[in-house]
Design a protein around this ligand. Structure first.
Ligand code: ADP
Ligand code: MG
Length: 566
């Protein structure tokens, strides 16, 4: 600490580059500071430091680290606490560029595995980014001293050194409860569980916080279950949706999409107080939507689309500019290729001609002239042959009554089970259209990507970098992810960019992989070695990474405009 003070004194007033000399490690009374990376100028991306707090300075009980989930939840809680402390402590940045900035990659409403706080055997590592202070391009050593010797220690005082055991225990207990809910869901074949009292709607279209005036969720009695979970005396009651075909109907503005959104997000755990902390979805559930304009690379969409004009091959379909229906078909096939077990579909974001074609249209435009076999004709086969369930929001057409196992009607934001009524209507008004049944197991999509086609082009600008939540700059092309709705945190996008770089740097792509094998491989790297394994700075501040699911990794590969398939 004295050493750092001396360095800062020496370089005060010098050109910004002189900051490079503070790179290194410093001992403070109750933590160790590592300055891993020093920014080149006050406007460049901030410097990266790590704070290592040994267990004897702030004991983190072994029981809070006893399994992966508990570790993830407890480190998430610490990261939130640090973030709150930064907000309280940081005053207005003084000086040029990013001078005085202090930043931790703070979590949103979801609890994701991330690198912001890492719990080791004997220590807790906190990864921060800071803007080293300057006036113009001259070092402001006094402000730097205040930042390192005053602000950061008091942020740590307010967070890691004062967070109560109770808070950490609560997080560990939430992890236990989620583990148990997931276990019971698997045992019972439930793909969704939504506890009574949950708050599904969000404050606004741009806020992920709960809507305060919301009507709390109440399960319909036909779908109501009660489960016992740890750290809670009374059973938890709520709605369970079983595997199979679940249809959500109801009038416009009665809360259908809100329910589906909550289900989509339920693949990730949420913090206490979010309103969705007991909304749990099959982690293999994937949102499917139309996404016109996307790249498609050699996908077998022939289950849904055949005989396109100009004899385009749909068994091996590629385009740089997909239509609504072809993009939605590709999204279904690719999700299944990556291992999806549940598909989540909302009419609001679907291509109508992909979802339905009624009897009258069938009569006018004969099957031979229509390339699309609508999803309604395949939904049962997907379940019967491939064991892929669907949860579908459809307020505009009753055709799906025929094929649904369970029909939920949203009425004034509350769900009712109307399966019986729907089936009676099916008898009363039969469809008069034949379902187009083919053997879909023959249409399997098992692509082998050409070695190196997923990596950066040689020679050109070799850089891969996330640009916010929804795009990645890869060399000279952009990977567009804004319609990948279950990508929820920009640090997940950072990880996707790191994955691309990692595969290249470790020559992983020299050999041939099916997509499935590649996803399995990447998941095993993250599971066994931790996210920081993917970082380009081994042993240092790993960058702000959060773990994406295999489906979002697949979505990234699938949208690369450079990819080629054997
Ligand atoms: P739908 O898809 O049926 O047309 P939405 O799900 O889009 O309806 O919901 C319409 C509006 O109602 C949204 O503004 C949403 O925030 C609000 N809303 C949804 N569920 C609730 C609820 N439980 N309590 C209060 N408002 C809700
Ligand atoms: Mg809607």
């Amino acid at each position: 600490m004295k050493q750092l003070q001396k360095y800062l004194n020496n370089i005060d007033g010098k050109g910004y580059k002189a900051y490079k000399s503070i790179q290194g490690s410093y001992k403070f009374s109750d933590f160790q500071l590592h300055v891993d990376y020093v920014q080149g100028d006050p406007f460049a991306s901030p410097s990266r430091i790590r704070i290592i707090v040994p267990n004897n300075a702030r004991p983190i009980k072994n029981e809070w680290k006893e399994n992966k989930q508990r570790r993830v939840y407890v480190s998430d809680r610490i990261a939130r606490k640090v973030s709150e402390a930064i907000q309280k402590e940081s005053d207005k940045a003084k000086g040029s560029g990013k001078s005085g900035l202090i930043y931790i990659d703070s979590p949103g409403q979801e609890i994701l595995e991330r690198t912001a706080v890492l719990l080791g055997e004997n220590e807790c590592t906190i990864c921060l980014s800071i803007g080293l202070p300057a006036n113009g391009r001259r070092i402001n050593g006094r402000e730097a001293e205040r930042l390192f010797l005053k602000l950061i220690p008091s942020i740590l005082q307010r967070s890691i050194f004062s967070i109560s055991d109770k808070e950490l225990r609560e997080s560990a207990q939430l992890a236990d409860q989620h583990i148990e809910i997931r276990k019971q869901m698997r045992e019972n074949g439930w793909i969704v569980f939504i506890a009574d009292g949950s708050v599904l709607p969000r404050e606004s279209g741009i806020s992920n916080r709960p809507l305060k005036s919301a009507v709390p969720f109440r399960s319909p009695k036909e779908n109501r279950v009660e489960i016992m979970i740890p750290h809670r005396e009374k059973p938890l009651s709520g709605m369970a949706l079983k595997q199979g075909i679940n249809l959500i109907v109801g009038g416009g503005y009665h809360g259908k999409s809100t329910l589906l959104h909550a289900i989509e997000r339920g693949v990730y755990p949420h913090i206490n107080g979010d309103g969705r902390e007991y909304v749990v979805t099959d982690p293999y559930a994937v949102k499917i939507r139309a996404e016109d304009g996307r790249q498609i690379t050699s996908v077998n969409i022939s289950t849904f689309i055949n005989d396109l004009p100009h004899a385009q091959d749909t068994k091996n379909f590629s385009t740089e500019n997909a239509s609504g229906s072809t993009s939605q078909a590709a999204n279904v096939v690719e999700a299944i290729e990556a291992g999806a077990a549940t598909l989540l579909i909302d009419e609001d974001t679907s291509a109508t001609n992909f979802m339905i074609r009624d009897a009258r249209m069938n009569a006018l435009v004969h099957q031979d002239k229509e390339p699309i076999t609508p999803f309604i004709d395949k939904i049962k086969q997907l379940y019967n042959d491939l064991n892929v369930s669907t949860i579908l929001v459809m307020g505009g057409s009753g055709d799906y009554f025929d094929v649904s196992d369970n029909v939920i009607m949203m009425d004034h934001y509350l769900p009712h089970n109307v399966t019986k009524e729907a089936k009676m209507i099916v008898e009363k008004y039969p469809l008069n259209r034949t379902f187009h049944v083919t053997d879909i197991s023959k249409h399997e999509n098992k692509r082998v990507f050409l070695p190196n086609s997923l990596s950066l082009r040689k020679g050109k600008k070799k850089r891969v970098q996330a640009r916010g939540l929804s795009s990645i700059q890869m060399g000279e092309t952009l990977i567009e992810l804004s319609n990948v709705e279950q990508l929820v945190d920009s640090s997940q996008t950072n990880t996707l960019a790191e994955i691309i770089r990692y595969l290249e740097e470790n020559s992983v792509l020299k050999k041939e992989w099916t997509l499935m094998e590649l996803l399995d491989y990447l998941e095993s790297v993250m599971e066994e070695m931790g996210l920081q394994e993917l970082s380009q700075y081994p042993g240092k501040h790993p960058g702000d990474l959060a773990r994406p699911r295999r489906f979002e990794i697949a979505a990234c590969f699938n949208r690369m405009r450079t990819a080629k398939v054997k």
